[in-house]
Design a protein around this ligand. Sequence first.
Ligand SMILES: Nc1ncnc2c1ncn2[C@@H]1O[C@H](COP(=O)(O)OP(=O)(O)OP(=O)(O)O)[C@@H](O)[C@H]1O
Length: 402
Amino acid sequence: MIDSVFGTEEKTVELYDAHTKAIISSAVKGINGTVFAYGQTSSGKTYTMRGSPGEPGIVPLSVLDVFANIQKAEDREFLLRVSYMEIYNEEINDLLAPENRKLQVHENIERGIFVAGLREEIVSCPEQVLQLLDFGEAHRHVGETNMNVYSSRSHTIFRMVIESRDRSQDDALQTCDAVRVSVLNLVDLAGSERVAKTGAEGARLKEGSHINKSLMTLGTVINKLSEGIESQGGHVPYRDSKLTRILQPALGGNARTVIICNVTPAMVHVDETKGTLQFASRAIRVTNCAQVNEIVTDAALLKRQKREIEELRKKLQENHSEHLEEEVLSLRNDMLKIELERERMALELQNKAERERRMKEQIENLSTMVLNSAVDDRHTDKSMKKVCKFENVGFSQQLQVV
Ligand SMILES: Nc1ncnc2c1ncn2[C@@H]1O[C@H](COP(=O)(O)OP(=O)(O)OP(=O)(O)O)[C@@H](O)[C@H]1O
């Protein structure tokens, strides 16, 4: 059973009103949300998500609605930041900072699953977000195939992190100063494709095989979740692809998720349409447990930046600055950049320390082996010594027998 079916005559805004609007308003209230478009190549996923100049898609409609919802919530103060990444040939690239390539996925208690080093921009109006989207879009991998002149060759995840706190909370009571933090993912997947139809060769073929592989993992994850494997303590292979790893909280965790399945009505694609509908019918059986995320620790950026921002606001007010909000926003972004850079360097140091630890361990192992071998050598012929020492590195078990 599928929730709704939209035909070729219906506009994206109708789909948005029926199935995305509620996700956006709950994201502003602190509940994680994810919307993604799934389907074969050229079935209209990018059109649905991004839209055209005459017909806005899910992403711009969501951005406008996020700000409209924020304006309505007068009793709360908000901090909004966005990032935009693509997964291309199983590598994560930053679409807002194209020089940031091959980023790694990490996990910790404070941040959950996150992409280290991904640029985040604090934003204050829809126009700014739409500009960032256009900038990112220009750096996305697209290519021509027989099926689509502008075929997406990567999966993209546009992410908004929405933090908010009650304005009436007393500064003196900072200990119970809870901040709501939610993540909204708007995902445009690359389409599954058959080489015979796309005519892919060379680079296109390699891209196609990565696309199909990650979509297959997504299908497997959805299958396992729909069979309740995770709730029974079984293994769900989120780590088999970057896409499922990043979307793990949205697929099997604390999020409200909408999957838009695009199909083409053409008879020639009936097999692909059947595959997409099968995916949809399994996905609909997955139940998530979404709840408001309230944080009282310093994990919320809004809280970490609060004191500095208040001080700056006061100073600017004293100086009668004309561009108070602009200056505050610019400072917030500078502070965020410094934080992200600090996080990147900390991870680099951590990786370096881990590499050094492993090397040290290896050296220690080798020296004990050499020592063992030297001890054993006392019982062997002199001419065998060199061979024993050499073989000991890889086959310590065998050498003990010798
Ligand atoms: N509802 C629609 N109305 C008008 N044109 C559409 C509609 N849906 C899709 N198209 C057009 O069909 C073509 C293919 O659509 P789109 O690029 O969105 O497909 P896709 O599923 O994202 O493909 P791929 O997986 O290859 O990236 C585009 O030229 C797009 O403008």
